[in-house]
Design a binder for this molecule. Structure first.
Ligand code: CMP
Length: 225
């Protein structure tokens, strides 16, 4: 594995060559196929993961067997750090949704890096802060908003992480499948389909295969946030 790949991981981006070289020797590269489980909720955690290539979904199962997607992570993102920090079981399951390449860091090495390089700890805390804020938004949307608001909030969460804003419009090139969107929004696939049709009829969004454009993104956000 190349050091240049490690530089692309945001929590390592402030480090020099020497530190990156050390981290490189600690990481193990692993490959996961699409739909392969990487972590299982409630397992004991021994490692954390850095995504080099691909995408994963972080999810939990409800009592009645429904999947609730907490977030989708992509290259540059990390996961599996929580149980290493609080020494509890895995808080969620993680599955590859594309063929993915990840770097694995073992608990002892990860904790030593945090102690040795406070910059890594600060970058990690910043990302955890952003995740708590996103979770807060999700809680608000699940408890307060109607189906339309929930779908809009899910789209906004995806757009803020994966979207590209061009001329006031927000373009999401690979919008998740309707069932995955439904699981993110805490609703059914039928509701996603109904709400999408309504949004399209109202000229709020435009769909072209997996590409979704939110027209006048700031207005859309004002309407639903
Ligand atoms: P851990 O609990 O070790 O294993 C599951 C991982 O999923 C967890 O660490 C986090 O990295 C990740 N995770 C859990 N909940 C969220 C969330 N709400 N947003 C982003 N990532 C999460």
């Amino acid at each position: 594995m190349q050091i240049s790949l490690l530089k692309r991981v945001p929590i390592f981006s402030n480090l020099g060559e020497e530190e990156l070289e050390k981290i490189r020797t600690l990481c193990v590269t692993k490959h996961y196929l699409k739909d392969q489980l990487i972590l299982i909720e409630q397992d004991i955690g021994n490692s954390m993961f850095l995504i080099q290539k691909g995408r994963v979904k972080v999810f939990r199962m409800t009592e009645d067997g429904r999947e609730v997607i907490l977030t989708i992570l992509e290259d540059g993102d990390f996961f599996g750090e929580l149980s290493l920090l609080d020494e509890k079981e895995r808080s969620a399951s993680v599955m590859a949704i594309e063929n993915s390449e990840v770097l694995l860091l073992r608990r002892g090495d990860f904790l030593r890096l945090l102690e040795e390089y406070p910059q890594i700890a600060i970058s990690l805390l910043k990302e955890l802060a952003a995740r708590i804020r996103r979770s807060d938004t999700q809680i608000k949307s699940l408890s307060l908003q109607d189906a339309m608001g929930r779908v809009a909030s899910a789209l906004i969460r995806i757009a803020d992480v994966h979207g590209k804003e061009i001329d006031r419009n927000m373009i999401i090139t690979r919008v998740p499948l309707q069932q995955d969107l439904a699981n993110m929004a805490g609703t059914s696939r039928e509701t996603i389909s109904r709400v999408f049709k309504y949004f399209e009829d109202e000229g709020l969004i435009h769909r072209d295969g997996r590409k979704l454009t939110i027209q006048n993104y700031s207005r859309f956000k004002r309407m639903f946030q």
